[in-house]
Design a protein around this ligand. Sequence first.
Ligand SMILES: C[S@@+](CC[C@H](N)C(=O)[O-])C[C@H]1O[C@@H](n2cnc3c(N)ncnc32)[C@H](O)[C@@H]1O
Length: 390
Amino acid sequence: MNDPLLAFASLLTPEGRALLDEVRGTDPAQELAVATRLRREHPAELVSAALGQARLRQRAAAKFGAEDAERMYFTPNGVEQSTRASVATYRARCFRALGPRSVADLCCGIGGDAIALARAGIRVLAVDRDPLTAAVARANAEALGLGELIEVREADVTEVDTDGYDAVFVDPARRGGRGRIFDPEAYSPPLSWAVETALKAPHAALKVAPGIPHEAVPEAAAAEWISDGGDVKEAVLWFGTDPGTVRATLLPGPRTLWGRGLPDPDVRPVGRYLYEPDGAVIRAHLVAEVAEDLDGGLIDPTIAYITADALVLTPYATAYEITDQLPFNVKKLKALLREREVGVLTVKKRGSAVEPEELRRKVKPQGPNSATVFLTRVAGAPTMLVGRPA
Ligand SMILES: C[S@@+](CC[C@H](N)C(=O)[O-])C[C@H]1O[C@@H](n2cnc3c(N)ncnc32)[C@H](O)[C@@H]1O
């Protein structure tokens, strides 16, 4: 039974399900002992498929929550590539608010988005060309009681007719699209195909890497960058609504900051407070909007730290009260931290090549107090700003 499809199908049999229940939450350290015991009663392939699935469920709990993850099925790539439930739920609600009652989810993977759409009351056609992935998506729809709303189809999305659906959602597989490399044509299917498909539908959303250059956003799209718990997760290009707009949405909120087309903020000396904008705000190029709301300016034209004299509560940036500003100098920092008896040092950096761990090793913080040091540039000069969360 080396065929992964057969191995997966065996997990859906009564024996497979019983075994999955039995291995739920198996401690990885105990896996070998558990496997040896279970192999006395069950086929070896089934035992290893069940243990593999249990491991994937544990990994998936961070994205889907333990309750759903324990009932769902995964593939290693499927866990990796799926949209986390918080983001998928937010997006599904956006779709719902726009009006669509049916969505063609093109490139559905194991069903992260399809599940959230169905739970928002939307009928879903979920398409993936990988046979195992499609089988897993189908099993997930059943396992979560959403089989009535989700039709899973194993097909190449470029050959699927989406007429008759109110909206299209595309989450292409991103190969080599990580980090700095961003070649949307290396997506599968390519971004150009996804855009063309989106333009033909009444409503559409395309999930793209958060590093998408703003120049690559089509004019007809509304671009949204999404972070969850402060971590940037993705960008979405919406079609059929708010063309040419830019926004940043922070989850769990959700809190959405819309672009107002502001020019770059002015640069000014470091004031009493330093604000670190959320990553989604930075990626969406909305630092100027936050600076205006804070009555603040930049500490350097190329650095996304905002300075202001007043403490203003905003969900879009974290505020720090700055106590010291010194030119970059490790010895001076060490002396200052010793004087302040700082034992817990948080190192943040923007525009500095220094490794936070290395700096912490060098300054050997000791004492009962805590502080945050920002390694950055102020008006071009390498600078250290010391402070604490406001
Ligand atoms: C990023 S994953 C989708 C994840 C999904 N949104 C979720 O939350 O679980 C992309 C999927 O696209 C599928 N795929 C890539 N090219 C495809 C094509 N031309 N036709 C159908 N599926 C395709 C891959 O098999 C992969 O499962």
